[in-house]
Design a binder for this molecule. Structure first.
Ligand code: COA
Length: 218
């Protein structure tokens, strides 16, 4: 992607901190959050992810942004988020230019082999750029929000037995490593699982769109 031919540049924001404020305003116009929060996020940009990339015109005007973060379980790819083009300049091909430049940056600078992202409504845009739908991926280190239940028994302080754990334990005749008596806890009948939380009156199951996860491997 020859950005200079289009009078554009893709800039890691920490290399041009004077652009942070413009970037913050453009992002907040699309997804309003506190300025403090946005600035803190942008200021955390670094060479080794998270990296906030700004698409900048020759006149130093920020026209687009994309943030890349680490994927805790997929080291050869990253996660793209906060993809946005200045709302006055959309529909002119800048989104495509931004994403192609971001992919180039991932390949040549970060030495990565792919990008994952999630979207709610812009699937068509990403499909045009060669992204394909994929199963959800874990985004936040240590916390699994999407596809796999956490089952950590290493910390006894925070371990809360699941229904399966209790079922397993109730079939065992020993209650711990130090004694061989049966545990009253495990002989007790199991409580039924809690009911699901009530739905908002405007919601129903089919009308709640979820995020679509997409990926592109280079
Ligand atoms: C999504 C966004 C980045 C696209 O940027 P853009 O500059 O408007 O997109 P482009 O003009 O480069 O479009 C590239 C192609 O995708 C198509 N396209 C753009 N948005 C589309 C959509 N929502 N559905 C289907 N196709 C779309 C364009 O028609 C164009 O197709 P073409 O090459 O055949 O002409 C921009 O609309 C935006 O900032 N939206 C608000 C923030 C947002 O939703 N970000 C995504 C978060 S996941």
């Amino acid at each position: 992607m020859d950005l200079t031919a289009n009078g554009l540049e893709l800039v890691p924001i920490h290399k041009r901190p004077e652009l942070i404020s413009q970037c913050c305003d453009m992002i907040n116009e699309e997804w309003p959050r506190s300025e403090t929060y946005r600035l803190k996020t942008l200021e955390s940009s670094c060479d080794n992810l998270p990296t906030s990339l700004a698409l900048v015109q020759e006149n130093n005007l920020v026209v687009g942004h994309c943030k890349l973060t680490k994927l805790p379980r997929i080291s050869e790819a990253c996660y793209a988020e906060v993809v946005v083009i200045d709302n006055k300049l959309r529909g002119k091909g800048l989104g495509r230019i931004l994403m192609l430049a971001v992919e180039d940056f991932c390949k040549t600078v970060l030495q990565l082999k792919g990008i994952f992202l999630s979207t709610k409504g812009q699937e068509g845009f990403y499909e045009k750029l060669g992204y394909e739908r994929c199963p959800p991926v874990t985004i936040y280190g240590g916390f699994e929000a999407f596809n796999e239940p956490i089952k950590s028994k290493s910390s006894t302080a925070s371990f809360v037995p699941s229904r399966t754990d209790l079922l397993e334990a109730s079939t065992s005749s020993v209650c711990c490593n130090n004694c061989s008596r049966s545990s009253n806890l495990f002989n007790m009948p199991l409580a039924p699982p809690p009911p699901p939380p009530p739905m908002h009156p405007t919601q129903n199951k089919t009308a709640t769109p979820t995020k679509t996860f997409m990926k592109k491997m280079f």
